[in-house]
Design a protein around this ligand. Sequence first.
Ligand code: HEC
Ligand code: HEC
Ligand code: HEC
Ligand code: HEC
Ligand code: HEC
Length: 334
Amino acid sequence: MKFLIKACISCSLSFFVVLISFVIGHTSVTGVCSNCHTMHNSQNGAAVAKDDSGSVTSTPHDALLIYSCLGCHTATSNTTWKDPFTKAPIILNTVGTNYGYNNEGLSAGNFYNVVSSDNTGHNVLAGNDDGTLGNTPPGGSALGTKIQCAGTAGCHGNRTESNQITDLKGAHHTVDTTIDGNTVGRSYRFLKGITGIEDDDWEQETATNHNWYKGAIGDSDPSTISYLCAECHGNFHSQSGIGTQSPWFRHPTDILLPQTGEYSVYDPASGYSVKAPVAWTDPASPTRATAVVMCLSCHRAHASPYFKMVRWDIKSGTLSTALSGCNVCHTSKN
Ligand code: HEC
Ligand code: HEC
Ligand code: HEC
Ligand code: HEC
Ligand code: HEC
């Protein structure tokens, strides 16, 4: 009997382990639970949780986490693009970035840039407010509060809850081999509803190994990366805001990149430009004919070293540099 109970416990335990490893093996996060969670925020009587700056805090975090969003996704060196311990991709290097395209960090750019100059990115960091725009996205209506990573005032997650962890709940543990936009975990980069194909190292390398963004023709497809931006900057994406054909009112997005005239030179299907990338109506089978202009053709999503988080220095005193991204598509303008 004793043996049976023992066997049963061990069999259910190993079943549990198999179950967990099955789930973990196909998910985003890996490693032992205690890398990221603390059961009581206490070890030998001392607190375990850490605040944004990495100091131990007796205030526990939601979901028993050791760190906040920024705590996991921040590094203090300029070369770390993935945390060696939790394996979290880094979006804030507190001393700048020395990796990725043009040393600008991962695909979305790095919040380091918005610390010294608030017109170069989304001001998500505590104490770093946008002195000019406040909480109002140009082309849209004011957010009730300061912009944050996730939640009702953020980009990631369901965008329905003010608490960021509640808004994201389950995403980090979701099997995400299929990106269909149905849940946060199965959406492109935890942006609920958005699809696309994720580069496995967030474009830590460059042009040959990159993300494949989702685009569409028109303003109504809710799975495009430009639609994500339009959830706050609506006027810059809607057909009433941009027009439907040349002459346009605002720079168009979610339109096909024409195959003729000056546009015929840039073939992103064979020579993708990380400086001025495109989206695709079907990212799984990208062709020249289905390349689409998107917000991220010119902007990074988090921050860039340049004015208005553009992907190149549009204010450069050297004209060829200022035009360099425009010229990827507009090859006859100089
Ligand atoms: C690399 C970091 C990391 C590791 C390792 C990790 N977790 Fe998590 N876990 C998170 C994060 C981040 C969240 C909160 C955000 C979310 O749910 O996406 C979370 C949320 C959870 C939640 C609440 C959401 C849900 O899915 O129900 C549970 C339960 C959980 N983890 C259990 C575990 C267990 C059990 C282990 C070990 C087998 C583990 N975690 C290992 C990072 C981690
Ligand atoms: C949750 C709402 C929200 C979403 C989604 C959003 N933004 Fe913003 N954006 C804001 C707010 C608020 C500001 C003004 C405050 C700030 O810059 O922090 C802003 C400012 C900007 C600025 C000006 C930055 C500056 O410092 O002057 C640009 C450019 C921009 N957004 C581009 C984008 C792009 C591109 C996307 C999609 C990848 C996007 N935004 C998605 C809310 C949003
Ligand atoms: C305990 C550490 C931890 C915390 C806290 C945490 N993350 Fe993560 N996050 C990770 C790890 C690890 C990954 C990488 C998973 C992988 O390998 O794809 C990740 C990946 C991501 C990604 C990229 C997903 C993808 O598809 O590539 C996003 C976006 C993200 N986290 C946002 C957040 C937000 C927003 C919060 C706060 C609400 C948060 N994270 C809190 C550890 C954490
Ligand atoms: C990813 C490719 C791409 C990039 C990068 C790009 N454009 Fe465009 N642009 C287009 C396309 C496509 C159109 C629409 C062409 C059409 O309707 O025939 C367009 C339209 C325009 C128009 C309006 C033309 C009209 O007929 O109304 C102007 C002006 C313009 N772009 C300027 C710029 C400037 C300035 C930059 C750099 C800051 C830039 N573009 C970067 C692809 C691009
Ligand atoms: C063709 C390149 C290009 C595309 C595509 C593009 N932008 Fe911009 N955007 C710029 C440039 C350049 C600036 C800064 C100079 C200016 O405003 O003319 C800018 C400025 C902005 C600003 C700041 C406006 C302000 O009042 O300070 C926001 C917000 C913005 N863009 C959001 C978006 C969104 C959202 C999309 C997609 C729907 C988008 N952009 C598509 C090039 C582009």
